[in-house]
Ligand binder design. Structure first.
Ligand code: AMP
Ligand code: MG
Length: 493
């Protein structure tokens, strides 16, 4: 294979290692990115680059060549990763069809991050796909992942979006782009399913050992480290999905290949935030049955974790019967585990510091009133405790007025003063989320008019989601509900 390594005189600051290559060869195929015609840097994440210890000046100067995959930095050893996954409940063998892992960057403080180019060309796993991505969806992933990061939710991040100067063909021709995705790793539940589908048990054990040493080194000495691995992954997924539920995030395509084992939100395809609260909200154009609706997410995570547990059975115990019993014991804890995490976040959202048995009813009743009155999820939480007079249907509803009285009485039954509750709530109730209509407005200007101003303004707003903003700011206004009724999101574009 040709060597396309070109170095910036000062280097780019990448410090690549390629530990994934030590896994058995079934897990990856070496694959160079496919060169693109005319790369141009559309977006670059300065603060992420700084935190990774990268050379910003060099990347801004030559980054388009490097981050399109046209040239490779020293130490990069590009591969496509193999995995499988249940897509809408159906098992398929998959793999990176359009993503290429350059390597693992080791930061100056010794953290390890995958650096992956999404949209970098065909791979042996591409099937009928073109290996490419369109600019709009890559800018969208950048906005959504950075918004999630700023909200304090574990997520992959976006270092850059590079335009390719080439068209990609979907329902029409679109500008092509490559996103640089940064992740703690790209090992998925589906990677374990891929390993378990192999007749030979050795790759499965190698993957489990790799995952433990990379993500959970403290369990390496546990009596049953593979059972501990399952427990950790259950805990991380429960925590992640609870956080999604706290901010109204709908992942949209919770296939098992889109669940990272280190508990980061991954694969921003048809995701969206809810505005008007309703647990059955779905935006994804292909989710006709609402499998991945907002309110189903906790249950789906449990289903996905059950698929993970099945994959791990051969490692947990020599006796299949005993493995199943042990795995089931762990899985049985998930619903309570999730509920506790959800409730503890809801207490923060309601300014509650201590615990009472009825807190769950208080939280659920608020959601019920919001649903009944078609209230805006984000703004309702932020409005609680505000002095302003609210004219919305919710605030005219007798049931909700009664709820407010119960809530205030609840706050009075704790030592912390009311002001402290409000301060706590302001750390848990974002003022700004990437509202669907604003995301689309920014993408439209960027893609159709080449005007990045709205996108940069939106990125700035979502990067500081808990800050006090002027009430008139467009970033805090709930949209006309008609927009969301017609809004559709898409996968794999
Ligand atoms: P996703 O819906 O993004 O999770 O993708 C599901 C599978 O389809 C993954 O294996 C992707 O790598 C693959 N895929 C998505 N888009 C493309 C494309 N344009 N070319 C090749 N493979 C793709
Ligand atoms: Mg995926």
């Amino acid at each position: 294979m040709e060597n396309r390594t070109i170095l910036s005189p000062d280097g780019y600051g990448f410090n690549f290692d390629n530990s994934y290559l030590q896994l058995p060869p079934v897990f990856h195929k070496r694959q160079q990115p496919t060169e693109v015609k005319n790369p141009g840097l559309a977006l670059f994440n300065d603060s992420l680059a700084i935190s990774l210890g990268l050379n910003i000046d060099a990347l801004k100067k030559h980054g388009a060549q490097l981050l399109s995959g046209n040239v490779l930095d020293q130490g990069a050893n590009p591969i496509a990763q193999a995995y499988a996954g249940h897509q809408f409940g159906h098992f398929n063998i998959l793999g990176d069809g359009r993503a290429i892992l350059l390597g693992e960057h080791i930061t100056p403080n010794m953290q390890r991050f995958d650096i992956q180019l999404k949209g970098a060309g065909r791979t042996p796993y591409s099937r009928s796909g073109d290996g490419r991505a369109a600019l709009g969806p890559m800018l969208r992933e950048y906005i959504m992942s950075e918004a999630m990061y700023a909200l304090g939710i574990p997520t992959t991040r976006s270092l850059a979006v590079v335009t390719t100067g080439e068209a990609v063909y979907r329902d029409d021709a679109y500008a092509g782009a490559v996103l640089t995705r940064v992740a703690s790793s790209h090992v998925r539940v589906g990677t374990f399913q891929f390993a378990a589908a192999n007749q030979n048990p050795q790759p499965l054990q190698a993957l489990a050992d790799y995952s433990i040493s990379r993500h959970f080194p403290d369990i390496a000495d546990a009596d049953n480290q593979y059972l501990e691995l399952l427990k950790r992954m259950i805990a991380l997924q429960a925590a992640l999905v609870a956080k999604w539920m706290h901010v109204g995030f709908i992942h949209g395509v919770m296939n098992t290949d889109n669940m990272s084992i280190c508990g980061e939100t991954i694969d921003y395809g048809p995701c969206a935030f809810i505005n008007t609260y309703h647990p059955e909200t779905v935006f994804s154009s292909i989710d006709a049955n609402g499998r991945y609706a907002f309110g189903n997410q906790p249950k789906i995570a449990h289903w996905n974790l059950t698929r993970l547990a099945e994959s791990l059975l051969p490692l947990i115990d020599e006796s299949e019967e005993k493995s199943i019993a042990l795995a089931n014991e762990c899985l049985a804890e998930y619903p309570n585990n999730f509920l506790e995490l959800w409730l503890s976040g809801m207490r923060k959202k309601l300014g509650i510091f201590n615990q009472e048995d009825d807190d769950i009813t208080l939280a659920e009743d608020l959601l019920m009133h919001m649903q009944k009155n078609k209230a805006d999820f984000t703004n309702t939480f932020r409005s609680l405790g505000e002095e302003a007079v609210h004219h919305s249907a919710l605030y005219q509803d007798a049931g909700f007025k009664n709820w407010l009285t119960l809530w205030k009485a609840r706050l009075a039954r704790q030592n912390e003063p009311y002001d402290e509750s409000i301060r706590l709530m302001h750390t848990a109730n974002p003022k700004v989320i990437p509202r669907n209509h604003l995301v689309e407005e920014a993408l439209h200007a960027a893609v159709n008019d080449g005007d990045m101003k709205a996108l940069h303004d939106l990125l700035l707003a979502v990067s500081n989601p808990y800050a006090e903003l002027n009430h008139q700011s467009k970033y805090t206004q709930a949209p006309d509900p008609v927009f969301d009724q017609q809004y559709k999101t898409y996968c794999g574009t």
